[in-house]
Design a protein around this ligand. Structure first.
Ligand code: BG6
Length: 479
């Protein structure tokens, strides 16, 4: 791997502490960092290098999956971390930073390979990109890359604006948009499952599949993020990004090769074929919900509008279910259903593929392929089989495989490692992001105008009844 300088904006923030430092440390333990690696952390406060290194060490101690004692040279690792204070709005600060980066490159004899990671609020993305460009920091004789994390805009127009600004300093191939769902091992495994097995590959189409159901349910409520969440809702927080990525990864056709370009091309094709939700029929496609108080684990929890920081008349969405139709020859007539929400029965992310039945017989269950992404990873196939212990009655049996997840590298380890290698396969391409916003935009507008009923659901349930109806109309039910 190329030697590089890692420039981290938001170095004292929450994401850096919880995810980025532990990920870098685990990469270091696995000898996956470049031999010459140095990081410059940036933040508004003045902090000495020593105190910054202490902060990194504490973050690792608290959040890393492997302990500090597993390394024989933790001091050497921490010495690669330096700190500079910077006000993101001040061009002069970037010029000072450029001098510091160049000094480090000379001192350590590093090529001018620079990785800029913006671990800051999205409101700062554009300002930082402009200043990186103006200060010359992004003009390097080596490579340069930008890592940013969702949300990429609030709607189609702002996402386009953001992208146009970023494009002034970085090419599309240099921008690595993190969607942490793409870092989950089972999501990265989807393509291999779908197309690495002739038996599934042959069935992965409308001839054999009756419908697909993608669920990401969460038990947590709004937590202490009301300020952000009340403005975003589940549609921006989960659907536009994570759910659409899961959908693309499931509905894509076999790529011509395993290159990032081919895989991302196939994902974009799915989005291009995704039917726009007709305004007049929105209720047949979309269900939005908001949790009310309810019982979870024996405790009564407050409803969304009773949460701290949420106004009592908030019409924000905390649940969304949708029916997606793909107008291409592979999926014509096969509904893909997605649902996600806060304060649901369980924390779980899974994809259920329901296969068609030759003759609908009452005593036969449909074959199901269940791909569980979270909390444990597993793949289960449900088949019908006679049970000799029950008078030979035909009953569903489950063939399954599950992976132990404790040992597996975390999403951020995989994604940071890929970005360092320059492998963009599991990052969101601008086409995917834009097409996803295009599909979302009319729904957002309907939500904003309250043109669609807001269904209440009790905390601890699997969402409003309307989400059940969505499938019932098509003759299906959620598995
Ligand atoms: C984040 C959302 O992107 O994903 C959170 O902002 C959500 O609201 C989280 O809780 C879910 O991620 P995971 O990995 O726990 O399923």
């Amino acid at each position: 791997m190329d030697a590089m300088t890692f420039v981290l904006f938001g170095a004292t923030g929450d994401l850096a502490k919880r995810k980025i430092y532990p990920a870098l440390y685990n990469l270091f333990l696995d000898e996956k960092l470049p031999s010459s690696f140095s990081l410059i952390g940036l933040g508004r406060r003045e902090i000495s290098n020593t105190n910054f290194q202490k902060h990194v060490e504490e973050s690792i101690q608290t959040f890393s999956r492997r302990s500090l004692y597993e390394s024989e040279d933790i001091k050497g690792f921490l010495q690669a971390f330096r700190y500079e204070s910077l006000d993101v709005n001040q061009l002069g600060d970037y010029e000072r930073l450029r001098a510091a980066v160049e000094e480090l490159e000379t001192e350590m004899n590093l090529p001018q390979n620079r990785m800029f990671y913006l671990s800051v609020a999205p409101d700062f993305f554009e300002m930082i990109a402009i200043n990186l460009h103006k200060s010359g920091l992004s003009s390097t004789s080596g490579w340069k890359r930008l890592i940013i994390e969702k949300p990429f805009g609030r709607d189609l127009a702002s996402a386009r604006h953001l992208n146009a600004t970023l494009s002034r300093a970085f090419e599309e191939t240099e921008i690595f948009r993190i969607d942490h769902y793409l870092g989950k091992p089972m999501v990265q495994n989807l393509e291999a499952l779908e197309f690495g097995n002739p038996v599934l590959k042959a069935l992965w189409n409308k001839e054999f599949i009756s419908n697909v159901q993608i669920t990401a349910s969460e038990t947590v409520g709004v937590e202490d993020r009301a300020g952000y969440y009340d403005q975003s809702g589940v549609i921006r927080d989960m659907v536009q990004n994570h759910m659409m990525q899961l959908f693309m990864m499931t509905a894509m056709q076999p790529p011509a090769s395993n290159s990032p370009e081919e895989i991302r091309k196939e994902k974009s094709k799915v989005m291009e074929a995704l039917r726009t939700v007709p305004k007049e029929e929105m209720a047949d496609y979309i269900v939005r919900g908001q949790y009310e108080s309810g019982e979870m684990n024996g405790h009564q929890v407050p409803g969304y509008t009773e949460e701290h920081g949420v106004s009592s008349d908030s019409m924000n969405n905390t649940f969304m279910a949708a029916r997606l139709l793909v107008d291409n020859p592979y999926w014509e007539g096969v509904p893909f259903y997605i649902r996600t929400g806060k304060r649901m029965t369980e924390k779980s992310t899974k994809i259920v593929i329901e296969f068609k039945q030759e003759h609908k017989q009452e005593n036969l269950s449909p074959n199901l392929l269940v791909i569980t992404i979270n909390p444990n990873e597993s793949v289960t196939l449900t088949l019908n089989s006679k049970n000799p212990l029950n008078d030979g009655k035909i009953e569903p049996i489950h063939i399954g495989h599950s992976t132990k997840t404790e040992e597996v590298p975390e999403a951020y380890e995989r994604l940071i490692f890929d970005a360092m290698k320059g492998d963009a396969t599991f990052f969101a391409h601008w086409n995917e992001v834009e097409l996803s916003w295009k599909w979302i935009q009319p729904i957002l507008e309907a939500f904003d105008k309250n043109a669609l009923a807001l269904h209440k659901y009790p905390a601890g349930s699997m969402g409003p009844d309307a989400a059940e109806e969505l499938l019932k109309k098509d003759g299906f039910n959620w598995w």
